[in-house]
Design a protein around this ligand. Sequence first.
Ligand SMILES: [Mg+2]
Length: 424
Amino acid sequence: MSTAPRIEAAKRDWGHDETGCTVLHIDMDAFYASLEVARHPELRGRPVIIGTGPRSVVSAASYEARRYGINSAMASARARQLCPDGVFLPVDMRYYRTMSRRIFQEVFGQVTDRIEKVSVDECYMDVSGALLRWGSPSAIGAWMRREVASRYHVTCSVGIAANKLVAKMASTNAKPDGMLLIPKARHAEFVQMMPLRGIPGIGPSLERRLNAWGIDSVADLAAAGEDTLAQATGSRTVAHGLALASHGIDGREVVPYTPEKSVGAERTFDADTTDMRVVNALLRRCCDEVASTLRRRGLVARTLTVKLRFDDLRYATKAHTMDRATDTASTLYPQATALLRAMLGMPADAPDDTPLPKRIRLAGVSASGLGEASVTAVQPSLDDLLEESQAPTGETRSARMRDAEQALDAIRRRYGKGAASLGL
Ligand SMILES: [Mg+2]
């Protein structure tokens, strides 16, 4: 459930030139709540809130519930105060995932296989190869919206644009139950009517920093120039990303998601090594890469396998299955380095500078036992990285690490893989 700002004035006719607008962003409206209403029709029209229990947070709220000021990530206890007569239901991820899979297969998958699933209720689609058969992006969007509504009793909002950034901002502003086409020639104008927070990735602390420099809107951002933005944010890379976004420019491609049995990363060393620090550093990078892929695909893994290749070209692997599935490098990496020691018959507490008994040519990790992440996807924000925000009480370290790693994902998506890494 998105809490991104949307403005009424944006929900209008922007013109009908669809040339080059082959990226669709589809976001199902109040997905969990809509699915609950679909199987309990007697709840239609009532405020439905998903997320019960004294310690839980709201995962989704029907539009009727949102009128009471309820939104995602709010404590369920607070939501009960705001709406005592609301219907509070527990999260049933198994049901939501099943329905999600059906909608993706039976509707979206009929259009194209160029689908990048972001979460159970959200995806990007590249329809450039489907136009011959379907006519236009808006015909595709209209058909999908009709099918999903009539077959599953769930409405969805669709944004159509030339890139992912503008398509996502368009679907946000089309909500609920709408479709918005932003012709390519109007991308800059469209994004420049938004508040800063309308750009995915700008969170409260980046917003505060920009505000301090008199930058209060995307239009201000566009007018500021990269030098000012670099001074305001303290980062040339962030400044460049902001400048591009303020003109509605985004070079990221739609990367089709395909279900996999494992996600892995491995590298061959430039020279064979017996230095554990070197091997650990590589394992850490691989864990980081694997965790980032897991999060991007909305997956969690139960089993971690370390793979080594020695200088005699023999392979060795060793796996460990964890009590709980994870998608963070901060959980994977300690397992990986423990597995490395175990594989080489070294004590678990061997110091880092102990020479390895064998020369290592290649090392890597793979994560398997994959399941879909049951947590609600939170839009990663750039500013988590710029300014460590105070963690609300009760938040676990792993939740904070996950947030931090998600922020890194956002940076990498925008500026390339090597742009940032987590010091574990
Ligand atoms: Mg949604």
